[in-house]
Every structure is written in C-alpha cells, then in structure tokens.
Write a protein that binds this ligand. Structure first.
Ligand SMILES: O=C(O)CCC(=O)C(=O)O
Ligand SMILES: [Mn+2]
Length: 208
C-alpha cells in the first residue's frame, strides 16, 4: 500500500501529513514492541521553583553522544532500541533528504496525559529543523497556535494510528504546538519525534 500525503501547511508552517504512512499490521506490531522495549521514564520539571511530574512517560534515543536540552535539563541519548531504529530506517527511506540522529519518545497512557504549548526551537536543532512525528495508538489532536495581534490563530491536526507528520521550514519559529487532554480517550498513544542534532550543533560556530 502506498501512503497518501496531504499538504496541511499553515501561514509560516510547512506541514505534510500522511495518515496511513504505516500499514495497520505493522503499526500494531510497532506499538506493541515500543510499549515493551522502551525504558519509559517519568520526568520532573521545575516551574517557578515547584517540582511537577510531567503528565506522560518519556524517553530519548539516538546515536552515541547525541545530547539534547529540554525540560530545563541536558539529556544524553540512550541507544536505539530495535523498533525505534526500524522506524528511523523507514523514515530515511521515505524522506531521502532528511537524516535523523535522535528521537524524543512520548507515551500518553490515556487521555489524561498531555503536552503543553511549546515550539521545538532549541538551538541544537538549527533554524529550520525537519521534524518527523510518528504516531501510534489512540488518535489524538495536535493543536497549533500563532500570535495574531491581540489573539491567536489556531489549527488542529488529528493524528491517527500509523500516521506521519513532517514539520519543516519555519514552523518552529512562528507556531507553537500542544497535545491537549482528551477525557474520553482510554487507550495509550506513543509519539516519536525524530530530529537531527549533530550538524546543527557543528554549525553553531557560525559561517566560515
Ligand atoms: O505527541 C505529540 O504529537 C507531540 C510531541 C511533541 O510535540 C514533542 O515531543 O515535542
Ligand atoms: Mn514538540
């Protein structure tokens, strides 16, 4: 089955979505493998001096030596586990211009788990990062917002089991995204965002 692609770009955000990127049987198998093989961690975040547990489980995998600063702390990548590496290889085949050396993994146990507003704009990723976001399990809505005068322009993408969303161009500069709670969801969802850290870091010294 050949995946279908939809251009879901917004003003200032290059967004391409394939809702059927992974065939159903493979998506089921990957979800099952990820729930077993990944060392899911709970994570604490300090906000205004108070410590909160983030409402999801997380992991960070990648090539040896890849580091990423998020949630106020530096994280060193753990080695790829088999299913994550297989998804990375499938992404390299599907997106020949992109190279991914790390992935942030999120496990939303049910609709009470969520992620707040943010942009993936850490300097390690460079100015125009290509981020490949693979979703498995329960369908959840990814919300986008951009400042417009006194208010916000918003958009919503539903991300079903087996989907791939590619965020590119200046998406992270102009838009924030969030995964809100969805009370009626009782099933888990795993999201993997594949990113490239290395060259962006090497390039941080500036033009020669
Ligand atoms: O779960 C999602 O779809 C979004 C995850 C995300 O934004 C992130 O890991 O930075
Ligand atoms: Mn993000």
């Amino acid at each position: 089955m050949t995946p279908t692609w939809e251009d879901r770009s917004l003003d200032g955000a290059d967004l391409v979505l394939s809702r059927d990127w992974i065939a159903r049987g493979a998506a089921d198998a990957w979800l099952d493998a990820l729930s077993r093989e990944v060392a899911w961690r709970s994570e604490r975040l300090r906000v205004f001096g108070r410590v909160h547990e983030v409402p999801r489980r997380v992991a960070f995998q990648g090539e040896a030596g890849v580091r990423y600063r998020y949630s106020g702390r530096e994280h060193e990548a753990e080695p790829w586990t088999p299913a994550v590496r297989a998804i990375r290889d499938a992404l390299h085949a599907a997106l020949p211009d992109a190279t991914f050396d790390g992935a942030l993994l999120n496990l939303y146990r049910d609709g009470r788990d969520a992620m707040g507003w943010h942009a993936d704009d850490e300097p390690e990723l460079g100015a125009r990062p290509v981020i490949a976001s693979v979703s498995l399990g329960a369908t959840r809505a990814l919300r986008f917002r951009r400042r417009r005068g006194d208010g916000w322009e918003t958009a919503t993408l539903e991300l079903p089991h087996g989907s791939l969303l590619v965020m590119a161009g200046e998406t992270q500069r102009w838009w924030q995204h969030a995964l809100p709670r969805r009370a009626r969801v009782t099933e888990p969802r795993v999201n993997l965002t594949f990113r490239r850290f290395r060259d962006a870091c090497d390039g941080a010294a500036g033009p020669v």
